[in-house]
Design a protein. Structure first.
Length: 114
């Protein structure tokens, strides 16, 4: 684990315990076994969906993108506001909203499989 991902344990301490797992040159950040954030190039991105994406857009924060086959692919993760690194209550709020988005995404996947 990198120093950056280790530091996220302190950042999200008020939210609850997190774990980090290596993936695609970065890390997935998990709470209760569900990925709610990712780290790529020492940048934190939080899960977004229709219910919370406006919070990111309002703050001028962009989505996580990567290039594949000459095209850019966008994932439903948006850059975290810098303020989460300075305010533990704010970090817990943003993490909670992103975790809830991850829960909704998981529930949607279950419904479509049935």
């Amino acid at each position: 684990m990198s120093d950056y991902t280790d530091h996220l344990r302190d950042v999200f301490e008020r939210f609850g315990p997190i774990t980090a797992r290596r993936m695609f040159g970065g890390y997935g950040i998990y709470h209760d076994g569900l990925m709610f954030a990712l780290v790529a190039d020492e940048m934190l991105y939080l899960k977004a969906d229709n219910e919370n994406v406006g919070d990111f857009v309002q703050e001028g924060l962009g989505p996580f993108e990567y290039e594949k086959g000459g095209k850019f692919v966008q994932l439903s993760y948006y850059q975290a506001p810098e303020a989460v690194f300075e305010d533990d209550e704010l970090a817990a709020t943003w993490a909670r909203r992103s975790f809830e988005a991850a829960l909704r995404a998981q529930a949607g996947k279950r419904r479509t499989r049935n």
